[in-house]
Write a protein that binds this ligand. Structure first.
Ligand code: GCB
Length: 885
């Protein structure tokens, strides 16, 4: 209704009267500037949406990426806030500092447009002085994350969350200040034109701005402090600032003796403080601080990377900025913790991918001694337009200038797998023109980067399609070639990885290289004793990472490798076992370590390390070995020690040598609690594993409680929410249970797959439904007499991995490629349970269906489920049996 429409506005007016009014004069003046966060008291609504009060960081997509629906809101969001400035702010220069707004932003002050900015991932600073009335100033930010073909990224394997998702601050300066016009940077750029362990030289280039109507004489002072706060060197220069003028000043701090060097082991940081001083009053008009690390480095095509003249294998991970349930509006502490987790893992490199992230990430890298690369998100494809090119170049400059002073950064990158989505496949001449445009854009970005920052390396990242990148010429342009390699995942076998590396060394003999990505999805809920590609098991992840680490470590010419990814991340178009999530993280999306993270510790840490790799697997299940009262299953320990001994409930299971940092035992698990302890010299680790033992034969004396079986699957699956453990099926054995007839689902058109890779609708337990036994005739359970509850799980499956969807499992169509009719009936102990069921027609494709019944088993007959085909082949995806009494 009409009144309702006015309500948000009324609320807004009322609320603005109630907001806290703070006084700018209450802040210390000794740096000449004030920077105060403006993260609270925002009113937000989506275009045509209802208004809510929000704090920043904020995204409007945190909830709508969690549902089963494909897609998320991509459009306009409007933020409003009142700004109350007191008299003391008059005569000052007032700016709004936005650390990140996705992705097109317009800032209005009192209804007038003050600035526009393009790009989600870089800072922008808006001068607002001339718009203010110093009474009730209203700030409005119109943010839009719609698709725009002129804005990067165009497509990518991550979710483009919308909103003001990083901090906003108010900056108040005097009229003479460090320039706020330098692409969102501090206006001060520091280099070390000369550096060795004996001596160093620091060069500081500052741009100063005078917005006042009068000329001013000022002094610029630069002071270098060591980590203890001791002044090491300083320089003072006089500068005449014209009214309304801009000046750039270069100061050299020469002859710094025996600088303490910055490195991963000793990330020693100096501080450079630059001041603008009024020569008469000696007052500081403006001041900025920057970190400084003395280090030098080199990439060599034969010998790899060197830091301060010492060889250093760069091993680390890439990182996305989103977090479980929060989208990209991740609190500071959690962001910083990511870098701490990388450090604790033994990593020494962060690929900030695929876009510049919050400044605190690189500050953490500086502090912790993590080397880094940063890149702009030219991912998968480009648009051949002037606007797109201009946006790329502008973002590259913003990225470089804003992050220029971080000692952690050694590389600027600018393209990721840009030939993955090859356009014009059916029109070769047109495709050639496209390729030429891609190469020209790469060249422009590379030239620009070298010009903006000759002190660092440039990097262009390709996927493993060797021929095309070389043909288009993209391996010639950058100083370092990055390869994202997934042999043994998207294609081939892990053994192909080493061959690829050698090919680079042979055919691009003078190009330094990095393995910028490699990884295999590991769903922390899935385990397997016969891991294979695409099963999403943690075990396959361990096996894959062992091979990759071995191959990289033994080749000196490989400068380094970055695991894809530090943590699982949101990718809306993905389906598979955990829809909308890419599971290649070493940590879960909530940053819980997976066993692969422990493997990295075993490879990378120097101090003794020993860890039972049973993260997320403290509850196990399995069938007893023959008539015994235990079930033998493998157990792995990750270690950097030579060997270790395992004890089960205090009894030794023997010592084992570590192979590729893993020791393995066969452990006879008993029903209930199993206490495991692994020991090597003075080090140990322990884990209590709860085991639900399933009888080999129901008559074996072990009392049967319940069982959950996945059909057509070799996976174990842990349903964390309902605390249910699922185990693989088995063919029927007399006295026991199992299927008769049929074979595992092999994907539509028998493509290479592990079950279906589609999102199963109406469930969070997708792995229960994604495999099935096709053509099943019977499922028999020779259970003792009693009262039981039986559930059958079905889903009409679609999909597997096709060739084009293999380019990154991003095909999320649910349509059935093969039109086949499947109609069958199910009877339990001879009585009809489902008749003429047509899963696709009755329930829809890839939809979870669970049918439950209660039954009395009597006269020693057990349970027999009969599947009768009417058209096509009957299927069963999973089964649960629970004994009530
Ligand atoms: C890649 C992409 C990255 C994807 C990754 C994957 O090569 O660069 O954005 O997320 O593969 O998991 O498929």
């Amino acid at each position: 209704g009409k009144e309702e429409k006015h309500l948000p506005l009324m609320k807004f007016i009322l609320w603005t009267f109630l907001t806290t009014i703070w006084s700018v004069s209450s802040f210390a003046q000794d740096t000449g500037r004030k920077l105060i966060s403006l993260n609270d008291q925002w009113e937000f609504h989506k275009e045509n949406g209802t208004t809510e009060k929000v704090n920043l960081p904020h995204t409007w997509n945190d909830k709508d990426v969690l549902d089963d629906e494909p897609g998320y809101y991509r459009g306009l969001g409007i933020y409003k806030r009142k700004l109350v400035l007191d008299e003391s702010a008059k005569g000052k220069d007032i700016y709004l500092v936005f650390n990140g707004v996705a992705q097109e932003a317009e800032v209005l002050v009192n209804g007038k447009s003050a600035a526009k900015h393009i790009g989600s991932y870089t800072r922008f600073i808006v001068p607002i002085t001339s718009f203010l009335n110093y009474k009730e100033d209203i700030i409005e930010v119109r943010a839009n994350n719609r698709f725009n073909e002129d804005i990067l990224p165009l497509t990518a394997d991550f979710t483009f969350f919308g909103g003001i998702y990083r901090h906003v601050s108010l900056l108040i300066t005097n009229s003479v200040h460090f320039s706020q016009k330098e692409n969102g940077s501090a206006g001060v750029f520091i280099t070390t034109p000369q550096v060795s362990s004996a001596t160093a030289k620091v060069q500081v280039k500052s741009t100063i701005e005078n917005t006042s109507g009068t000329a001013k004489k000022v002094q610029i002072q630069t002071i270098l402090f060591n980590a203890q706060g001791k002044e090491i060197s300083s320089q003072i220069s006089a500068l005449n600032m014209l009214s309304g003028g801009n000046s750039t000043l270069v100061q050299d701090l020469n002859n710094i003796k025996q600088p303490e060097l910055w490195s991963p082991e000793n990330p020693y940081l100096y501080r450079v403080v630059t001041k603008i001083i009024d020569p008469k009053t000696k007052l500081v008009l403006d001041q900025v601080s920057n970190p400084l690390g003395f280090r030098w480095f080199k990439f060599d095509a034969n010998e790899g990377f060197f830091l301060n003249d010492k060889p250093l294998k760069l091993i680390g991970a890439s990182r996305h900025q989103d977090y479980e349930n929060l989208g990209n509006a991740t609190p500071d502490a959690l962001q910083i913790r990511d870098i701490e987790l990388l450090k604790q893992m033994g990593g020494n490199f962060l690929r900030v991918a695929h876009y510049p992230q919050d400044p605190m990430i690189l500050e953490a890298c500086d502090r912790l001694g993590i080397l880094a690369s940063v890149e702009i998100p030219v991912v998968n494809t480009i648009t051949e337009s002037e606007a797109f090119t201009a946006n790329c170049l502008n973002m590259q400059v913003e990225m470089i200038k804003q992050n220029f002073n971080h000692p952690s950064i050694i590389i600027w990158a600018y393209m990721n797998e840009v030939l993955l989505r090859t356009k014009f496949a059916n029109d070769k001449p047109r495709q050639q023109i496209y390729f030429d445009h891609v190469r020209e854009l790469a060249q422009k970005l590379d030239d620009l980067t070298r010009k903006e920052d000759p002190s660092r390396y440039t990097l262009l990242v390709n996927h493993g399609a060797w021929d095309i990148y070389n043909k288009v010429g993209l391996t010639k342009i950058p100083m370092i070639v990055g390869w994202n390699l997934y042999s043994g995942w998207y294609s081939g076998t892990p053994a192909d990885f080493g061959k690829f590396l050698d090919r680079h060394h042979k055919e691009l003999a003078d190009k330094p290289m990095l393995v910028t990505e490699y990884g295999a999805d590991a769903d922390p809920r899935i385990r397997s004793f016969s891991p294979v590609r695409f099963d999403k098991s943690v075990e396959y992840g361990i096996y894959f990472n062992q091979i990759y680490l071995n191959e990289m470590l033994k080749r000196p010419f490989v400068s380094g490798g970055m695991a894809w990814n530090l943590a699982d991340f949101n990718s809306e178009t993905r389906e598979e076992t955990m829809p909308h999530i890419n599971n290649k993280g070493l940590l879960t999306i909530g940053r819980v370590p997976k066993d692969t993270y422990f493997l990295y510790k075993a490879y990378l840490l120097d101090k003794p390390y020993l860890k039972i790799t049973s993260a997320q697997w403290k509850d196990r299940t399995g069938v007893a070995d023959s008539a015994s009262l235990f079930s033998t299953q493998p157990l792995q320990v990750a270690t950097n020690l030579k060997s270790a001994e395992l004890f089960l409930n205090g009894k030794s299971l023997g010592a084992k040598e570590a192979v590729d940092h893993i020791c393995s035992w066969q452990v006879p698990f008993a029903d209930g609690l199993n206490q495991l302890r692994v020991v090597s010299a003075t080090h140990s680790d322990q884990e209590d594993i709860n085991f639900q033992l399933q009888p080999y034969r129901f008559t074996d004396g072990l009392s049967f409680k319940s069982m959950n079986v996945l059909l057509g699957s070799k996976r174990f699956y842990m349903d964390e929410k309902e605390h249910q453990l699922w185990m693989p099926d088995q063919p029927y054995r007399k006295g026991s249970w199992g299927w008769i007839g049929g074979e595992p689902y092999k994907g539509t058109n028998n493509r290479i797959t592990y079950g279906s890779d589609k999102n199963i609708l109406e469930t969070d337990n997708d792995p229960i439904y994604q495999t099935q036994q096709v053509g099943i005739q019977q499922f028999k359970m020779d259970v003792p007499d009693g009262e039981y509850e039986l559930s059958l799980y079905f889903a009409e499956l679609v999909g597997g991995i096709s060739k084009e969807s293999l380019a990154y499992n991003l095909d999320n169509t649910h349509k059935k490629e093969v039109e086949e009719n499947r109609i069958f009936s199910v009877a339990i102990n001879g009585s009809a349970f489902l008749t003429h069921t047509n899963l696709a027609k009755d329930f829809g494709y890839t939809t979870a269906i669970r049918k439950k019944t209660r039954l009395t088993v009597q006269n020693g007959k057990g349970i027999t489920i009969d599947f009768t085909p009417i058209e096509g082949k009957p299927v069963l995806n999973a089964l649960q049996l629970r004994k009530v009494y």
